[in-house]
Write a protein that binds this ligand. Structure first.
Ligand code: SF4
Ligand code: SF4
Ligand code: SF4
Length: 184
């Protein structure tokens, strides 16, 4: 693979406005109540009355060793050579949900046509190399970044952040430790 692309999600800047979620829903024509990106992780620092809450918006991690690709019985999921993004071929998907069971981050979502859907880095919208995905472009506080993983690492390091942990090697850097607060 040439270069692995991924995200840096800066929870020190996120204000939980949901603009990234809504932009993703709108541009990808998702039904209300369905998401490819969700703002569901929170960290709480300090003690009352000096408490800081931080939020982190996550989508597919485009893992370096994606479990979803490994378990798909019909090869509907693949990892692109040019940027490491993990994409799904809906024409091949048989709706068996193996990828949903295999993904450690509960990412794959199912459409009414019973095929799997997940973040494709806005490739289906015609995003060209070097352009940013819709969620990144929409974030009003510049909490989201997308690019070569080495660049994301540099941005995260400047904030004292680190790569997300996981046996699938998620291609996401975050600015702080994560704790799930909901499964909406
Ligand atoms: S986060 Fe889940 S769906 Fe996305 S690449 Fe990794 S294993 Fe696959
Ligand atoms: S990169 Fe595109 S598809 Fe992925 S979460 Fe952002 S807007 Fe949605
Ligand atoms: S658009 Fe930016 S500030 Fe708003 S929830 Fe998403 S990441 Fe946070």
């Amino acid at each position: 693979m040439a270069v692995q692309y991924g995200f840096f999600v800066d929870g020190t800047r996120c204000v939980k406005c949901f603009s990234c979620e809504v932009a993703c829903q709108q541009w990808h024509g998702l039904k209300a109540g369905t998401w490819l990106r969700r703002t569901v992780f929170e960290t709480v620092e300090g003690k009352f009355p000096s408490v800081t809450r931080r939020f982190t918006s996550l989508s597919c991690m485009h893992c370096e060793d994606p479990a979803c690709v490994a378990v798909c019985p019909v090869g509907a999921l693949s990892k692109r050579d040019e940027d490491g993004l993990v994409v799904v071929d809906s024409a091949r998907c048989i709706g068996c949900r193996s990828c949903a069971l295999g993904c450690p981050f509960d990412v794959p979502r199912y459409r009414e046509d019973k095929t799997m859907d997940k973040c494709d880095g806005c490739l289906s919208l015609g995003r060209a190399p070097g352009e940013e995905p819709r969620c990144v472009l929409t974030c009003p506080t510049r909490a989201l970044h997308f690019g070569p993983l080495s660049e994301m690492e540099s941005l995260a390091s400047a904030k004292g952040g680190a790569r997300m942990e996981g046996e699938t090697a998620p291609s996401v850097f975050v600015a702080h430790r994560l704790k799930p607060i909901s499964e909406s």
